[in-house]
Design a protein around this ligand. Structure first.
Ligand SMILES: Nc1ncnc2c1ncn2[C@@H]1O[C@H](COP(=O)(O)OP(=O)(O)OP(=O)(O)O)[C@@H](O)[C@H]1O
Length: 399
C-alpha cells in the first residue's frame, strides 16, 4: 500500500520534526514498513497539495502518517474534496485515504477522542498508538464529514463556498476563541491560549436564526434528556408534520462536532458522541442561550456580565468529563447538577443546521471549521450537513 509520511513542523509547539526523526521514522523502519515519501509542509495548504500529488502518482488505497493537529488534517480533506480526479487518482478503483495520526497540534481533538489519555501513560507511547495500529494493520474507523456551505445574499449572485470538516463547526464563543487565540500562538503554543481568548470573548452574545435539521434515518431532531441520560425526540420535531426545529437567539455558544467527543484531551464537550455513537452521520450540537436562565430577562450589558460566571461553571463541567449537559437552572438561575429546571445547555443530535446571522450583528458572522476561521457575508447564511463517504472513498483513521 502506498505510504506518505507528512508532518507540519509548526503545529502546536513545533515538535513534529524532532518527533518524526526520533520516533516515528525509526519505528516504521524497525517494522520494515516501506515509506514512499517523507514530506514536511512549508506553508498553509501545502499538506493538501502534497497529498493530492501523491494520490495522482500512486494507485490504490493510500495510507498517510500525518503529524499535525486537526487543522492540517482538515487541509488534506478539503484539498481532496476540491481537486479534479487526474493521474492515477482518476483510474484507481479506490479513493480511500487512511490516516495514522501523530498528535503534534495544539488541541488534537480527533486523536484524543480516538485515544483518550490514560493516567501514567508515557507521552511517546501515547503519541504512537495510531502508527502502531498501521504497522499491525489492526483496524480503521471511518470519518463522517460536516459539509458547510456559506451562501451570499441571493442578489449578489455568487457561488457558495464549501468547507469540509471532520471535527468541529462552530459560531459564537468558540469561533471567537479560535479567531483571537491565533494571535497568541507564538507566546502560548499550548491550549492555555484558548482560555485567554475565551476570557476576552466571554460576554459576547450573537443574534441569529437557527434551523435544526433532522437526520434522514432518525427522522427527527433529538435532544439530550438529563433524566434518562439519553437522546429523545425534540418536543418541537414532529416526524409527520414538520421535523425541523426553529431556534432564536441570542446565543452565547453554538458548536457542532462530528467524530469527536472532545475539543482537547480533557475538554469533553459532546460526551455522548463516543458513549452512544450515532449509526448514521449526525452532528452533535451544544447550544447555550442565556435567556433560558430564569435570572436573565433581556440582553443588556449587565446581564451579559452576570452570565459569564455561569458560562465558566458550565464549561468547567466539560473539563470534568462532560457533566455540563446535565446541569439545570435553579430558581435563582444558578446551574445545579441535581435539579429539574430548564437545562443550561441544549445538547442536540441532528442531521445538520442552518445558521442565519442577524445582518446587524457582526459577532454572529464568524465561523470556525476545524480551527479555520471564515466570515459569513452580510445577508448570507451557513448550511451545515453531516455526510458519510461511499465505500470506495472517504477517510479512515488507524485505531
Ligand atoms: N510550514 C508551515 N508554515 C506555516 N504554517 C503552516 C505550515 N504548515 C502548515 N501550516 C499551517 O499551520 C496551521 C496549524 O496547523 P495544525 O492545525 O496542524 O496545528 P494546531 O493549530 O497547532 O493544532 P490543532 O488544530 O489540533 O489545535 C494550519 O492552519 C496550516 O495551514
Amino acid at each position: 500500500m502506498p505510504l506518505l509520511v507528512l508532518y507540519n513542523p509548526v503545529s502546536g509547539s513545533g515538535s513534529a520534526k524532532a518527533f518524526f526523526e526520533d520516533h516515528v521514522l525509526p519505528l516504521l523502519k524497525k517494522n520494515d514498513v516501506g515509506v514512499d515519501i517523507v514530506a514536511s509542509t512549508e506553508r498553509a495548504d501545502h499538506a493538501g497539495e502534497i497529498l493530492v500529488k501523491f494520490m495522482e502518482a500512486h494507485e490504490g488505497e493510500i495510507s498517510v502518517v500525518l503529524g499535525s493537529g486537526d487543522g492540517t488534517l482538515n487541509e488534506c480533506m478539503t484539498a481532496l474534496s476540491k481537486a479534479p480526479f487526474i493521474g492515477k487518482r482518476a483510474t484507481s478503483g479506490s479513493h480511500r485515504v487512511s490516516f495514522a495520526l501523530v498528535p503534534c497540534g495544539t488541541a488534537n481533538a480527533l486523536y484524543s477522542t480516538l485515544f483518550p489519555p490514560q493516567p501514567e501513560q508515557p507521552e511517546v507511547d501515547y503519541r504512537l498508538q495510531s502508527v502502531n495500529a498501521l504497522i499491525n494493520r489492526s483496524k480503521t474507523v471511518p470519518l463522517h464529514l460536516a459539509i458547510s456551505t456559506l451562501s451570499s445574499a441571493p442578489f449578489r449572485r455568487k457561488r457558495p463556498e464549501v468547507r469540509v470538516s471532520a471535527v468541529v463547526v462552530s459560531t459564537c464563543l468558540h469561533a471567537a476563541i479560535l479567531k483571537d487565540s491565533e494571535k497568541l500562538r507564538a507566546e502560548m503554543p499550548g491550549v492555555e491560549r484558548f482560555k485567554v481568548a475565551a476570557e476576552q470573548n466571554a460576554n459576547t452574545w450573537s443574534n441569529s436564526a437557527v434551523k435544526l435539521l433532522p437526520a434522514p434515518n432518525a427522522g427527527v431532531v433529538q435532544i439530550y434528556d438529563p433524566v434518562t441520560k439519553a437522546f429523545i425526540a425534540h418536543p418541537e420535531s414532529d416526524p409527520d408534520e414538520d421535523a425541523i426545529v426553529d431556534m432564536d437567539g441570542p446565543f452565547s455558544y453554538f458548536l457542532a462536532t462530528v467524530n469527536v467527543d472532545r475539543l482537547e484531551p480533557n475538554f469533553v464537550i459532546t460526551p455522548l458522541a463516543s458513549k452512544f455513537p450515532s449509526t448514521e452521520a449526525t452532528c452533535d450540537i451544544v447550544i447555550v442561550r442565556p435567556l433560558r436562565s430564569p435570572a436573565v430577562e433581556s440582553d443588556t450589558p449587565d446581564a451579559r456580565a452576570a452570565f459569564v460566571p455561569i458560562l465558566w461553571k458550565t464549561f468547567g463541567e466539560a473539563y470534568r468529563g462532560g457533566g455540563h449537559v446535565d446541569l439545570t437552572y435553579d430558581e435563582e438561575g444558578a446551574p445545579t447538577a441535581t435539579g429539574d429546571g430548564e437545562t443550561v445547555v441544549e445538547y442536540i443530535r441532528c442531521g445538520g443546521f442552518e445558521w442565519i446571522p442577524d445582518p446587524e450583528d457582526e459577532s454572529a458572522h464568524y465561523l470556525c471549521t476545524d480551527g479555520i476561521i471564515s466570515k459569513i457575508e452580510s445577508d448570507g447564511r451557513l448550511v451545515c450537513t453531516a455526510a458519510s463517504p461511499d465505500a470506495n472513498g472517504g477517510f479512515r483513521v488507524y485505531v
